[in-house]
Design a binder for this molecule. Structure first.
Ligand SMILES: Cc1cc2nc3c(=O)[nH]c(=O)nc-3n(C[C@H](O)[C@H](O)[C@H](O)COP(=O)(O)OP(=O)(O)OC[C@H]3O[C@@H](n4cnc5c(N)ncnc54)[C@H](O)[C@@H]3O)c2cc1C
Length: 324
């Protein structure tokens, strides 16, 4: 099968690419391949928050990228107007010296669900509901790309063949693409590089707090989405590629929140445990652009803990580099 663009993957990096093709009203023939059953997307196994976290410009290249990407994402959220993303308050509590260093100011934070007042900082956070957003994105954004076809299959090999890229799949399909875009996340690290960092988080359903929130307490996150009544805790970061779930870490995170909460938290034992695999680049820096200097192959990878913030900006930057 011949195609102009072949995208491998169906996570944040792929969505960022597809969003850009939809924005520029591309009439290119685009094919998207992913294999969710065997290689599940981390995008759907994520606590999926977008926050500036006190980041300021001109401190580090990663900080600058996250800063710009945050505003790209929030202007998209405003344009989309989807109720699959909830805006809430992000409270930063815990070590006040560290909070002051990051935010340059401290304020008194009082909430009815907290036992006492805390010195901390506040910001905005956007809480994505990954599966609901994914459905919304398919119907409202992907549908704008008229010449798009989707295939469930596993890409096993690719090589440049003249001005095209020849791609093979496990079920025996063969594609000839003018451009290949690899958005394969941690599963593709054998080709794209980066480290696999597994992360676990806990979810409780049907919880009733008076408002949505994200509380970051000494880098542990408790997230509540009032519209879905979902409470989440985590995620952890495994220190190597073979470790199993770090239950002790999750228990100690949970205990930190029990200590500051006035309202009762649901029992630890009643939580559902989920995990996703992130891809971490050198110095946490993502990569986007040409794959190994090739004019035919592009990639976006190592979004690590910030896929929901970075995917849209890096998708735009990558598509804008491609000349057909
Ligand atoms: C516990 C946890 C919490 C997180 N919390 C947040 C958060 O709050 N905010 C945030 O911004 N980010 C968060 N993240 C990170 C975020 O989820 C990731 O950065 C993002 O999902 C990565 O997107 P991706 O497109 O690079 O990869 P993925 O979403 O993993 O997508 C990879 C895709 O490639 C496909 N694929 C791979 N290889 C092949 C192949 N050979 N053939 C066919 N298809 C293939 C897979 O099927 C999949 O569709 C969290 C992650 C975890 C694990």
């Amino acid at each position: 099968m011949e195609t102009d663009i072949l995208i491998v993957g169906n996570g944040l990096a792929a969505w960022g690419v597809l969003n850009r093709f939809a924005e520029i009203k591309s009439d290119l023939k685009i094919t998207q391949i992913s294999q969710e059953k065997v290689l599940p997307s981390c995008a759907l196994k994520s606590t999926a928050t977008v926050s500036l976290n006190g980041i300021q410009k001109n401190i580090s290249p990663l900080g600058d990228l996250l800063y710009d990407s945050f505003f790209t994402t929030t202007s998209l959220i405003e344009k989309w107007g989807t109720d699959t993303i909830e805006k809430a308050e992000h409270l930063h509590l815990g070590n006040s010296d560290k909070i002051k260093q990051r935010f340059h100011t401290l304020e008194n934070i009082e909430k009815s669900y907290l036992k006492s007042s805390h010195l901390g900082a506040r910001g905005d956070v956007y809480l994505f509901n990954p599966s609901m957003f994914f459905d919304w994105f398919n119907h409202h954004i992907k549908n704008q790309i008229h010449n798009l076809s989707e295939v469930q299959d596993l890409v096993t090999d690719f090589k440049v063949d003249g001005n095209n890229v020849f791609v093979q799949t496990l079920s025996g399909r063969r594609f000839l693409a003018k451009k290949l875009i690899l958005t394969t996340g941690a599963w593709g690290r054998g080709r794209t590089g980066g480290k696999l960092v597994c992360g676990h988080y806990l979810s409780w359903y049907n919880c009733d707090f008076e408002e949505s929130f994200l509380i970051s307490l000494n880098q542990h996150n408790l997230i509540y989405n009032k519209s879905t009544k979902l409470l989440m805790l985590g995620g952890t970061s495994n220190s190597d590629e073979v470790s199993l779930v770090d239950v002790e870490k999750l228990k100690s995170m949970y205990q930190c929140f029990v200590e500051i909460f006035h309202s009762e938290l649901p029992a630890f034992e009643n939580a559902k445990l989920s995990y996703g695999v992130r891809q971490k680049g050198k110095k946490r820096m993502p990569y986007w652009g040409k794959f190994q200097e090739s004019d035919n192959i592009y990639t976006i990878h190592s979004l690590y803990k910030n896929g929901y913030t970075l995917g849209w900006e890096l998708g735009k930057r990558t598509v804008d580099q491609i000349k057909l």
